[in-house]
Each structure stands twice: as structure tokens, then as C-alpha cells.
Design a protein around this ligand. Structure first.
Ligand SMILES: [Zn+2]
Length: 450
């Protein structure tokens, strides 16, 4: 163990001992069997229901209205699926009634909001316990790459918490230096900021870097063009689908493995890849995840909509929250030996559906792997501007094979209809969203135009 690692461990033990206890708990839980973890989750879930019934007005009223009592769950766990789903709109409309009224918890409440990539932002509240688990989960996931506390951590990230989150005290900066943490703002990436970040990484081949998929991909292109190799310990990506071409390119540039993760601002960490990179292990201490189709649970292996109950944020309980993502739960059985079941997340979130004249709705994902093969493309966005037109905006990084544009035209004619014309535009930059999520396919056609 290096001196830095010992110093970081000692610092966290003094300043964030409760977070360190969470990390220790996570380290132990991962090796329990899936059955044992499921049994424990039922207890954590029971505690959330009981707490919500006692301290959270929204749930107290709801439970009375539907005739549910948390004791019912203890004797008959299946009744959980009779509870109504919580939509994003319901969270917006009932915000104040979803906040805990427990007096002891009032002084540790932190207000936060989502980036609102797919609509209005959602305000919610977190408490100290949640924050301890949030930080612990972050470290816990990094440990899966062999990283240890005190090893450098770079973040190419944006600020999602409001208020003074962007401003840092001298103490915070000193602490960050001691534990080996450094940042670059993903919302304002310029050649200068990327150069600065690259220079910081050059000296730290044992660093792990966290980033959004599209920003890390862009940064990797910058590093490749810059010509001086940078080696990293591992890259962790979040918030956007990680396609195979992203993974291969980032892994190649930094000569390290890429770990994909799945989380949301309002629920925290949901799942992350282990070193086998075959699906994402569910963070069972943080989330109870259901997979539903037509409102009913589907067996493992079948695709459905994800519904999430957070288990660590009593300040603002989200029970059966519709996160508007979906995919397949596979259960445990990963060769790594962890009891945490594995999840495959469908990649629909940043890819819209196209509306067509006579073929219904067509998922835009079919075009996504084709565009990067056209040449040196830094970024792109596919926009359906009308029922008859697709515009592909490209930020060029070098040669683009325009002779192959006709392949894209043909693919669109086959998938969307002969009426559809494809136009290509070169642009300097593409709009970014507040969470840094890049929308690959956007449809501007309203459903009532159908
Ligand atoms: Zn595994």
C-alpha cells in the first residue's frame, strides 16, 4: 500500500467514517448469494415502506386511499406489486409531500435536481445517509477494476447539484489533492481544458477516469490527435449507452479496460460492470429493481420496463419509480462469483423513435452504428425534421467518405419509406444537454403530425 493510499484511508476514516462503513458493508454484501441478498432486500424494502408511511405525507395518504399497510408487506411480500407506480409527473406535482417530515432528518437535507434531458427537470431531496451510500457505491464500483482508495481519480464530469456545488473551499481542494482527485468540466470542453486534463493524466497511469460516454469519446479523439500516448488504469462511463465502437476506441487510446455503469441522478447507482464486462451487476443495497411488462413482473431473461425503489434515501422515498428505461434482468451467475444479479440495459433513452408515413414508429438505433464508419467523425446527431426528411449533423475530425452517404440514404428508404430524403450538414458543434447526455437520434416530428 502506498503512502497516498494510507493517507487517503486515514483521511476518509476521520472525515467520513459513516461512508467508510457503507463501503465496508458493500464490500461484504457482494459475495453473498442472490437468495440471501434478496432476503435482505425485502427487509430494507420493508423499512422504506414503514418509514414512508410514518413520515412522508404523500405515501401516508396514498396507503390510506388504497388500503395498504406496511405490515401487509411483512406477511405477504407479493402485495408490493399492487402499489401504484410513481411517474415522473407525479414526483413533479407532489414534490413537497414526498419530502420527509421526520424532525431529526431535517438538518441533513440536500436539494438536487435532474438534468431534464427528456423534459422538465425533477427536483428532489437527498439526505446524509444517501450521500454516504452514493460516495461508497462510487468507490465500490471502482474497486472492481482493481483500483484502491487513494489511487488517482479523474472526473470529466458536469455539475448536477445546484447551489454552491461548483464552488470549492480551500479545505475541499486540499482534501481532493490528498486523495488524488481531479476534475475537468464536461459541459465546457475546449482544446485548452482538454489539454490541461490530458497533462494531468499523463503523470498518473494508475488513474481511473469517470465520464459520460460521448465526452470520453471526444476526449479520446483529442488525445489521439495530440499524438502523445496516455495510459490509464481504467475508464468508467455513465449516463449514455456505451456502444462497442466507443468501448474499443476508448480502450485502445488509453490502453485500459472500460467499465460501463447505469445510474440516474434521482435514484443513484443502479448497476455497473465487473471485470468480466458481460452485463451490469445490480447495486442491490441502493435499488430494488423490478422489470415489468403491462404492469406485471416478467421472469428473468425477458425484456421489460424498469421500475425502481430506492433503498437508501429516506428523505425523499421513491417507491416503484418509473425511470423510463428498460431491459433484461438475468439473475446472478456471473463467473466473477458475485451474488448481485446482472442487468442488460436497453439503449432507448438517448435514441428517439422516427415517425413514418406508413410504417408506424421505427427506432432510430439502426442508423447509429453506421455513421461512425463514414470516416473521421467527432460527433454526430441524427434529426428527423419532418416525415420526409432526416438531417445528419456531423462534427468532422478529418476525412469523411461522402461517396458512402448514399448507403445511409438507402438504409433510410428501406426502414422509413421511399419518401424519406437524407441531408448531411457539417457543423462546428452540437447542442449538449444539462447532464452531458448526448442525444444521438432526435425526432422533431410531433405525434399529432401522423
Ligand atoms: Zn461479475
Amino acid at each position: 500500500m502506498s503512502i497516498r493510499q494510507m493517507a487517503a484511508g486515514a483521511l476518509y476514516a476521520v472525515t467520513r467514517s459513516s461512508m467508510m462503513s457503507c463501503l465496508e458493508e458493500l464490500d461484504q454484501l457482494q459475495w453473498l448469494s442472490e437468495d440471501e441478498l434478496t432476503a435482505r432486500q425485502q427487509r430494507w424494502l420493508g423499512r422504506v415502506l414503514e418509514y414512508a408511511n410514518t413520515y412522508v405525507p404523500y405515501y401516508r395518504d396514498l396507503f390510506i386511499e388504497i388500503g395498504f399497510h406496511p405490515n401487509d408487506f411483512v406477511t405477504q411480500p407479493d402485495c408490493f406489486t399492487d402499489l401504484p407506480l410513481l411517474t415522473k409527473d407525479a414526483v413533479r406535482q407532489n414534490h413537497d409531500r414526498l419530502v420527509t417530515t421526520e424532525p431529526a432528518r431535517q438538518d441533513s437535507l440536500i436539494k438536487a435536481k435532474t438534468g431534464g434531458t427528456t423534459g422538465e427537470p425533477i427536483w428532489f431531496v437527498q439526505d446524509r445517509v444517501y450521500d454516504d451510500y452514493r460516495v461508497a457505491h462510487n468507490f465500490f464500483q471502482m474497486e472492481w477494476s482493481g483500483w484502491r482508495l487513494g489511487q488517482p481519480e479523474g472526473r470529466l464530469w458536469g455539475h448536477v447539484l445546484t447551489g454552491d456545488a461548483g464552488k470549492k473551499s480551500i479545505v475541499t481542494r486540499l482534501k481532493e489533492r490528498l486523495v488524488g482527485r481531479f476534475h475537468s468540466n464536461a459541459f465546457h470542453m475546449t482544446p485548452e481544458s482538454m489539454e490541461q486534463f490530458a497533462a494531468q493524466l499523463e503523470k498518473r497511469p494508475d488513474a481511473v477516469v469517470w465520464s459520460y460516454v460521448s465526452t470520453m469519446y471526444r476526449f479520446a479523439q483529442f488525445v489521439q490527435e495530440r499524438g502523445r500516448p496516455i495510459r490509464l488504469h481504467a475508464v468508467y462511463t455513465a449516463a449514455e449507452p456505451l456502444y462497442e465502437y466507443h468501448r474499443e476506441f476508448i480502450a485502445g487510446v488509453f490502453d485500459c479496460p472500460v467499465f460501463n455503469s447505469y445510474s440516474s441522478v434521482e435514484t443513484g447507482d443502479i448497476a455497473c460492470e465487473c471485470d468480466r464486462h458481460d452485463g451490469l451487476h445490480i447495486m442491490m443495497r441502493n435499488c430494488y429493481l423490478e422489470v415489468l411488462r403491462d404492469g406485471r413482473p416478467v421472469p428473468d431473461g425477458q425484456e421489460g420496463e424498469f421500475v425502481i425503489t430506492n433503498l437508501t434515501n429516506l428523505a425523499f422515498p421513491l417507491i416503484r419509480y418509473q425511470i423510463e428505461d428498460g431491459g433484461v434482468r438475468r439473475g446472478a451467475g456471473c463467473p466473477c462469483g458475485r451474488g448481485l444479479p446482472v442487468l442488460e440495459v436497453a439503449e432507448g433513452r438517448v435514441i428517439d423513435f422516427f415517425k413514418t408515413r406508413d410504417r408506424g414508429r421505427v427506432w432510430g438505433a439502426f442508423l447509429v452504428p453506421m455513421i461512425p464508419t463514414l470516416g473521421q467523425i467527432k460527433q454526430y446527431q441524427i434529426v428527423q425534421t419532418s416525415l420526409d426528411q432526416i438531417v445528419i449533423r456531423i462534427v468532422r475530425g478529418g476525412f469523411v467518405d461522402e461517396a458512402r452517404f448514399s448507403e445511409i440514404q438507402r438504409a433510410c428508404a428501406v426502414a422509413l419509406g421511399e419518401n424519406v430524403q437524407v441531408a448531411f450538414e457539417y457543423v462546428d458543434r452540437l447542442p449538449s444537454t444539462p447532464t452531458g447526455k448526448h442525444r444521438y437520434v432526435v425526432s422533431e416530428v410531433e405525434p399529432d403530425h401522423l
